[in-house]
Design a protein around this ligand. Structure first.
Ligand SMILES: [Zn+2]
Length: 99
């Protein structure tokens, strides 16, 4: 197996794992496999005990927004921005001196 094929196989496996989530049924512990639909609510029927389970996958962007709203998140964003600005300033300044 060449590296590209191996990467493709790995990617396929990763995608398969990401697009489905396995969780136990709340009433009988049967493992349920549900497709992940971000930002949507799914009603799952347990095949064993016929219980209805509502599953909700928060949208990744909404999660990111929520993470950024916290004081630590804002601080992290500010620090990242400062580092980027300092780097850009340093690179342009260095280039001007060099020329
Ligand atoms: Zn069940």
């Amino acid at each position: 197996m060449n590296p590209i094929e191996r990467f493709k196989a790995h990617w396929k496996e990763t995608k398969k794992n990401v697009s489905h989530k396995i969780f136990p049924c709340p009433s009988c512990r049967q493992q349920l496999r549900v497709p992940v639909r971000f930002g949507k609510k799914l009603l799952v029927h347990c095949p064993k005990c016929r219980a209805q389970v509502q599953v909700q996958f928060p949208h990744p962007l909404a999660q990111l927004k929520q993470a950024l709203i916290t004081p630590q998140g804002i601080k992290r964003v500010v620090i990242t921005l400062v580092i980027i600005i300092v780097l850009i300033t340093w690179v342009t300044w260095y280039r001007n001196i060099g020329v």
